[in-house]
Design a protein around this ligand. Structure first.
Ligand code: BT5
Length: 321
C-alpha cells in the first residue's frame, strides 16, 4: 500500500492556504531543510499537484488536487485489500483490455484509464468520456457464480456508485432500470457488465463503469457530477470511495444479496410513474410497478402487470396545459 507520508500531508495543508508561503516558513513548520522541501514539492508535482514556486514569495498550491487519475492518490483512499490497481493512460475500452488481461491476473483487479477512445455501451452502443475529467474503469473479479446472480451483481455495482455520487450531490441521484444512474432525469453513470462463462458458471465478471465527473457541456441527456454539484470534484477521491464500496459489497456477495436488493429498490427512479419502454423498437407505455428479484421490469398496462427483461426506459413527460 502507498500511504501518503505525514510530511507530505502537512506540506499540502500549508500550501492549501490560498496565498504564497515562504520556504523559510515551511522549513520551520516541518523541521526539514530547504533542499528537502524542494524534493518533496517535486514529488508532489510528479503525482499531479500543480505547485507554483516564485523566488521571492515561496510556494502556492494552484489546484487542491490533481485532475486526472493517479493510482497513488486512489491508493490513499482505499482500505487495504487484495485487488491490484492498474492504469492504462489511454485505451480503446477498459472492458476490452481487461478481458485480454484476465488470463494474466488471477487475482481481482481494477483497470482505469484517463482517456478511453472507443468506450462501449450495451448492444453495440458507444460511451463517451472527456479525457482527464471522467471515470472509466473496469472492476474484474474471478468467481464461480451462477448466471442467476447476474442482476444482483448489477445492483451491487450501481448501489456502490450511487452511494458515493449521492454524497457529493445532495442525494440527487437515482437508479434507472436496469443499469444507469441518473440525476434530474439525465444520465450520470453507465454500467456494462460482461462475463466469461465456463460450464454454465460465470468465471470472471468484467464490470465496466463510466461516470461523468468533471465534464463540462454534456449533451442534454447527460449530466456530470460537476454540473450537478456546481463544483469541480476530486476524481481520485471519488474513485477510491467507489472502489471501497465495491470491494466491501463484493467480498460479502452473494450472502448480502437480499440486503442489496432492498436498498437498491429504494433508489429506483420513476416507481409508480408513467414510463415508456423501447422494447425491440416497439414503444410500450405503462406504470412502473416494480423490478423482480431476477431483474425483470414490471409495467402495469391496461390493469395487467407485464414483465420485461430488456429495453430502454424513459419517463413520459406530462405536457404543460
Ligand atoms: C451504458 O450503455 O451505459 C454502459 C456504459 C459503460 C461504459 C464503461 S466505461 C468503462 C468500460 N469500458 C467500456 O468500453 N465501457 C465501460 P448503454 O446503457 O447502452 O448506454 C449507452 C448510451 O448512453 C449511448 O447510446 C448514449 O446515448 C449514452 N451515453 C454515451 N456516453 C454517455 C455519457 N458520457 N454520459 C451519459 N450518457 C452517455
Amino acid at each position: 500500500m502507498n500511504n501518503i507520508k505525514t510530511v507530505d500531508k502537512v506540506l499540502l495543508s500549508l500550501l492549501e492556504s490560498n496565498t504564497f508561503i515562504s520556504g523559510e516558513q515551511i522549513a520551520k513548520e516541518l523541521s526539514i531543510s530547504r533542499s528537502a522541501i524542494h524534493k518533496r514539492v517535486e514529488k508532489l508535482r510528479k503525482e499531479g499537484y500543480t505547485i507554483k514556486a516564485e523566488s521571492n514569495r515561496g510556494f502556492l498550491l494552484q489546484t487542491p488536487y490533481p485532475h486526472h487519475i493517479i493510482l497513488e492518490q486512489i491508493h490513499r483512499e482505499i482500505s487495504p485489500n487484495h485487488y491490484t490497481l492498474l492504469l492504462s493512460p489511454q485505451t480503446k475500452s477498459t472492458n476490452t483490455l481487461a478481458k485480454e488481461l484476465v488470463t494474466q491476473y488471477k487475482e481481482p483487479f481494477i483497470l482505469l484509464t484517463r482517456d478511453q477512445v472507443q468506450g462501449r455501451g450495451r448492444m453495440n452502443r458507444t460511451w463517451e468520456m472527456s479525457p482527464d475529467k471522467d471515470i472509466a474503469m473496469s472492476f474484474v473479479v474471478p468467481c464461480d457464480l451462477s448466471p442467476n446472480h447476474l442482476f444482483s451483481v448489477i445492483q451491487l455495482v450501481s448501489l456502490s456508485i450511487l452511494k458515493v455520487l449521492n454524497k457529493y450531490s445532495d442525494d440527487s441521484c437515482q437508479i434507472k432500470w436496469p443499469n444507469d444512474i441518473i440525476a434530474n432525469n439525465q444520465k450520470i453513470c453507465g454500467i456494462l457488465t460482461e462475463s466469461i462463462l465456463e460450464d454454465n458458471l460465470i468465471k470472471y465478471m468484467v464490470i465496466g463503469i463510466g461516470i461523468n465527473i468533471n465534464s463540462d457541456n454534456t449533451p442534454d441527456y447527460a449530466i456530470s457530477l460537476k454540473e450537478l454539484s456546481q463544483k469541480e470534484q476530486n476524481i481520485n477521491k471519488i474513485c477510491g470511495e467507489i472502489i471501497n464500496h465495491l470491494i466491501e459489497l463484493w467480498d460479502k456477495f452473494p450472502s448480502n444479496k437480499d440486503v442489496i436488493n432492498k436498498e437498491w429498490e429504494g433508489y429506483l427512479a420513476w416507481k409508480g410513474e408513467k414510463v415508456s419502454l423501447n422494447f425491440y423498437d416497439e414503444i410500450i407505455e405503462g406504470v412502473l410497478k416494480k423490478v423482480t428479484d431476477e431483474g425483470h421490469l414490471v409495467l402495469e398496462i391496461d390493469n395487467k402487470e407485464v414483465p420485461y427483461m430488456i429495453g430502454d426506459l424513459s419517463k413520459i413527460r406530462l405536457r404543460k396545459s
